[in-house]
Design a binder for this molecule. Structure first.
Ligand code: BTN
Length: 256
C-alpha cells in the first residue's frame, strides 16, 4: 500500500449495512471526500439499473466517496475509470486474463467477477461521487443464482486462498492514485488504459435501447465513455455498417 493512502482514506468497516453506497450517501456532502465503507454483508445491496446485488458474507462490498471540482455531467465515464482501477488492483493480487465488460462488469473468461455502481450528487460547480465496488471472492450459491455466468477470485488459478484484505487495499490504493489525477480529464486516462482492459473489443454485441436491438462489432469507447459499435443489424434486419455510440444509462448489452 502506498504510504499516502493511509492519509487520504478514512475507512469504516461494518459487519452489516443496507448498502455501502447508501451508507456514504447519508454522509453530509462536505465530509464525503476520502471516506470509504467496507461491509461484511449488505442487506439491500444495489446493482445497476435498479437491480439487487446479492451480498452474502465473504465477498468485497466497498464504497469510496470522492469530491470533484467538476460538474456531474463531466463524470459519465467515472465507472469505466473505476473498472480499470479494479482490474489493475486484481492484477496486483495475481489475477490474469480479466477485463471490464463495458460499462461496469469486471469479468474473467466471460463470467462476472464483480460490478461497479457509481452514484453522483451535487451541483454544477462541484459534485460528490460514491463509487461502489462488489467483487466476488467466494461467490457461494446465493450469488450463483442471479441468472448469468458468475465466478469468484477463489476459483481462479493460484488464488484459492486469496487475501480479501489485500484485494481491498490494492483497490483503494489504485483508486486513490487515479482519482487524484483524473479530474483534469477522464478521457485522457481512459484513452491510455481502456484498450488494455476492454473485454468487448472486436466482439459481436447486441445492444438493447428502448424497443430496438442493435447488433454489431464493439470498437472501444468514445471520449465521453460511450460504447462504439459498428452496427450491422437493427432488430435482426441487416443494415450497411453504421458507426453508432451508446451511453451506459440507456442500454442493456450482451455478447452475441
Ligand atoms: C452491477 O454490476 O450491477 C453493480 C454492482 C455494484 C455492487 C456494489 S457492492 C458495494 C456497493 N454497494 C452497493 O449497494 N452496490 C455496490
Amino acid at each position: 500500500m502506498r504510504p499516502a493512502l493511509r492519509q487520504q482514506i478514512k475507512l469504516e468497516i461494518l459487519d452489516e449495512v443496507d448498502s455501502t453506497n447508501d451508507a456514504l450517501l447519508r454522509v453530509p456532502s462536505h465530509q464525503i471526500h476520502g471516506r470509504a465503507v467496507l461491509a461484511e454483508r449488505q442487506t439491500a445491496g444495489k446493482g445497476r439499473r435498479g437491480r439487487r446485488w446479492q451480498s452474502p458474507p465473504g465477498n468485497v462490498y466497498l464504497s469510496v466517496g470522492w469530491h470533484f471540482n467538476a460538474p456531474a455531467s463531466s463524470l459519465g465515464a467515472l465507472g469505466l475509470v473505476a473498472g480499470v482501477c479494479v482490474c489493475r488492483a486484481l492484477e496486483r493480487v495475481g489475477l490474469r486474463g480479466h477485463g471490464v465488460k463495458w460499462p461496469n462488469d469486471v469479468q474473467v473468461d466471460g463470467r462476472k467477477l464483480g460490478g461497479i455502481l457509481v452514484e453522483l450528487r451535487g451541483a454544477r460547480a462541484g459534485c460528490q461521487a460514491v463509487i461502489g465496488i462488489g467483487i466476488n471472492v467466494k461467490a457461494g450459491e446465493e450469488v450463483a443464482r442471479i441468472g448469468q455466468p458468475v465466478t469468484d477470485l477463489a476459483s481462479q488459478p493460484g488464488l484459492p486462498n486469496v487475501d480479501r484484505n489485500a484485494v481491498v487495499a490494492a483497490v483503494l490504493d489504485e483508486l486513490v492514485a487515479v482519482l487524484g489525477e483524473v479530474e483534469a480529464g477522464l478521457a485522457e486516462f481512459l484513452e491510455a488504459e481502456w484498450p488494455r482492459w476492454d473485454a468487448l473489443e472486436g466482439r459481436i454485441v447486441r445492444v438493447e435501447r428502448g424497443p430496438d436491438v442493435y447488433e454489431g462489432r464493439a470498437g472501444g469507447i468514445a471520449a465521453d465513455g460511450a460504447l462504439r459499435v459498428g452496427v450491422t443489424a437493427v432488430n435482426d434486419v441487416p443494415v450497411s455498417d453504421r458507426a453508432m455510440t451508446f451511453h451506459s444509462g440507456e442500454v442493456s448489452l450482451r455478447r452475441a
